[in-house]
Design a protein. Structure first.
Ligand code: GLU
Length: 309
């Protein structure tokens, strides 16, 4: 019998606001998956998109996780401290001609789009074979091939996407010099030895791009599971933006910003017994790990009552 490598899960919040009900759903799900398999669970702060970062949010998120009993393993990884690593990887892709400089504006991209895919306008490839001088400003795009990228999602089963057709050549480094989410996140998953990525279903169509990059770089591809989204009364994904204008007091983010964990477990279909309502968050999380049943996870997005978040 071959031994399974221990699960290494992760939660990768962007410090653009406090954790809300929706982000806690993915935090708890990824924690329960990893811990119920006897694995470890790491935290990575995805703080590259500096214009969107909110001062104090990273510390506040860590306070929230601690308060909720979601204890992480090892040191927190901050993407902002890994710029040299991303730059070196991009240089390798440039040297091996897997990426090219693109100077198209948003308007040109829209106007020239081949069609509209799940991730927006599919880039025409206009800059593919231009030879711009090294000083030319612009983004870096990877050549997307016409092959099906397939994976087995832990919740949704077999999924596949033809990158060239559905997404087109996609950006690894933005024109404003910020490394793109589609680049930094899979690189870090591989570098941290993450074996299991559990995250929101809004990122489902990002997964083939991340798998493709990892394969291009000959890196290990983790397993993926996407959790349905918690929606507000209007049917929109609950986002941090409603809180982002508030000032966050990193030392005292609680009790504001402590979503109802019992409700999170209900959302995750885990049927917590009513008496657990009296439990404190740490006890609730312990119960959730001990009783975690992936087969009970929902497959559809659902509206939650937001005033109790
Ligand atoms: N940083 C992303 C977010 O907060 C999540 C990235 C991921 O889980 O891959 O939406």
């Amino acid at each position: 019998m071959s031994e399974r490598t221990p699960t290494v899960g992760r939660f990768a919040p962007s410090p653009t606001g406090l954790l809300h009900f929706g982000s806690l759903v993915t935090a708890v799900a990824s924690y329960c998956f990893a811990k119920s398999e006897g694995g470890t669970w790491q935290i990575r702060m995805e703080d590259l998109d500096t214009p969107r970062n909110i001062p104090g949010a990273a510390e506040a998120i860590l306070h929230q996780l601690e308060y909720l009993g979601l204890h992480w393993d090892g040191a927190v990884v901050y993407q902002s401290s890994r710029l040299e690593f991303y730059a070196a990887t991009l240089k390798y892709l440039i040297d091996t001609e897997r990426v090219y400089r693109c100077i198209c504006t948003r308007r040109q991209i829209r106007a020239g789009a081949l069609h509209h895919g799940p991730a927006g306008p599919v880039y025409s490839g206009r800059c593919r074979f231009m030879r711009y001088s090294p000083e030319t400003r612009g983004s870096w795009r990877i050549f997307a091939e016409h092959t099906e990228v397939m994976f087995q999602d832990l919740l949704y089963g077999h999924l596949e996407q033809n990158l060239a057709h559905d997404v087109g050549d996609y950006i690894l480094k933005r024109a404003d010099d910020i490394f793109a989410y589609q680049f930094a996140t899979p690189l870090d998953d591989a570098a941290q030895g993450i074996t299991q990525v559990i995250r929101g279903a809004d990122l489902l169509d990002s997964t083939p791009r991340q798998i493709y990059l990892l394969r291009t770089l000959d890196k290990q591809v983790p397993e993926f599971g996407h959790i349905p989204l918690a929606l507000d009364q209007q049917g929109n994904k609950i986002s941090k933006s409603s809180q982002s204008l508030r000032r966050i007091d990193a030392q005292h983010p609680l009790p504001f910003g402590t979503p109802d964990l019992f409700k999170v477990l209900e959302f995750l279909g885990q049927d917590p017994p009513q008496e657990l309502r009296q439990y404190n968050p740490v006890e609730l999380v312990e119960w959730a790990v001990d009783n975690f049943t992936p087969a009970k996870l929902p497959l559809n997005n659902a509206v939650v009552n937001c005033h109790a978040l």
